[in-house]
Design a protein around this ligand. Structure first.
Ligand code: CMC
Length: 390
């Protein structure tokens, strides 16, 4: 035990070998299967990026069309699964609903609990990627007490999701081009980020040979926390409090420096100069607000806060910069997505990454079960004291 390396939070531990995503935190580089995130953000769609991550290469036209066909085929939920939504009280947390229903999804496809072939894997992937947006949208409708809006197989992935979220009987929601483009970009930018906490969770659970649905469900729970996928909602909460006059920027940053508060949407374990995803999203948020003609006062508050932090020695010396969550909330707000759905949106985006990593973990039979060690700090040996003598 004396030889164990103490590495709290695994900041210096390579837990696996992976060929999926490359990150260089010093240079601000993020590439999926070798392709820079900036190029994917500009040119790709979410489904194509998902296929790149999961199957290892950009699909041909035919491959993409075939996969889109599979997604349409599997977009509905089993009637039995729909009853799960009734078990949650109105106003229930969409993340809780998402993780529970995704886990239960496996029960409705027992043949996919032990994936034996590439075709079975492909089917499981299509089911998950397609149904996750149905589950997410239904959880939102349920939380408002609105009837479910069923998916429309003629719509693209992002449009279909917005339709299920916002259409009402006899009136289809017609998103603008800019809105669809912004949602696509949001999902592409979130698609994978190597061994982050939720991905490592999926790999850890998957390393026990737990099924794909259960492993992904555990990833959703890991993502929920405000230091990870919950940060996008926490940023909006922080900015709203500042706008409401609860804190001035300087007072707030002073509290952060005294460690009474955390500057949400800032800092990253790996990125120490800038987060390339934040750059892309900031630009997209600007464009979306410009094109829709909507001005969001939170954007101004975000800029003021960012400016002050970037010029402050506390943040400079610790290399703290805006991360992906600093601007993503502004985009989601402009799309009309409520704040408690923000982490769910992150989960829909991150799903391809989780699947790709689960597959990498499971395809390689030589992978070992994840089982870190510890540095024990508890009491030394001592005798059991009977109850009447305590
Ligand atoms: N606000 C104030 N101080 C911070 C922050 C922050 N956001 N982030 C790091 N620090 C400080 C930290 O207190 C420490 O200071 P000191 O040396 O005085 O103790 C120093 O910077 C180094 O930080 P760390 O704790 O070693 O950082 P970490 O790698 O363990 O944590 C993080 C990374 C992302 C959890 C953290 O930066 C954080 O809590 N950020 C706010 C939450 C957030 O925006 N999360 C989203 C991350 S990006 C998308 C995702 O993965 O979900």
């Amino acid at each position: 035990a004396g030889l164990l390396a103490f590495d709290p939070g695994y900041g210096n531990t390579g837990s696996c070998q992976s060929a999926i995503t490359f990150v260089d935190g010093e240079k601000g580089i993020l590439r999926h299967r070798g392709i820079p995130i900036e190029q994917l953000a500009e040119k790709s769609t979410f489904i194509e990026t998902a296929m790149l991550l999961i199957f290892g290469k950009l699909p041909s036209l035919e491959e993409r069309a075939a996969f889109r066909g599979l997604l349409s085929e599997h977009e509905l939920l089993h009637e039995g699964l729909l009853h799960h939504f009734d078990g949650f009280q109105p106003g229930g947390q969409p993340m809780a609903i998402l993780s529970a229903v995704i886990n239960s999804l496996g029960n409705y496809h027992p043949e996919l609990l032990e994936i034996q072939s590439p075709d079975e894997f492909r089917l499981a992937v299509a089911k998950l990627i397609s149904k996750v947006r149905t589950i997410a949208a239904f959880s939102y409708r349920k939380s408002l007490g609105l009837p479910f809006m069923y998916p429309d197989p003629n719509l693209s992935y992002c449009r279909n999701f917005l339709h299920m979220m916002f259409s009402v009987p006899n009136r289809d929601y017609e998103p603008t081009k800019a809105a669809v483009a912004a949602l696509t970009l949001f999902l592409v930018v979130h698609a994978d980020h190597e061994q982050n906490c939720s991905c490592s969770t999926v790999r850890m659970v998957g390393s026990t040979k737990a099924n794909l649905f259960a492993s992904v469900s555990s990833g959703i729970c890991a993502l929920w926390g405000r230091l990870h996928g919950g940060a996008n909602a926490a940023v909006i909460q922080m900015l709203t409090e500042m706008m409401a006059g609860r804190y001035k920027v300087k007072t707030f940053l002073d509290m952060v420096k005294r460690k009474e508060k955390r500057l949400m949407g800032f800092g990253h374990r790996v990125y120490k100069n800038f987060d390339p995803r934040a750059k892309v999203l900031k630009k997209a948020a600007d464009n979306l607000l410009l094109e829709t003609g909507v001005s969001d006062p939170l954007m101004d508050a975000a800029l003021e806060l960012q400016e002050a932090a970037l010029n402050d020695d506390y943040f400079k010396s610790r290399k703290l910069y805006p991360n992906v969550d600093f601007y993503s909330g502004i985009i989601l707000r402009a799309l009309g997505i409520p704040v408690n759905m923000f982490p769910v949106m992150f989960a829909i985006g991150r799903l391809p990454g989780w699947i790709a990593h689960w597959h990498e973990e499971n395809r390689d039979v030589a992978t070992r079960i994840h089982r870190p060690r510890q540095i024990y700090t508890g009491p030394a040996r001592r005798p059991y004291v009977p109850l009447d003598q305590r």
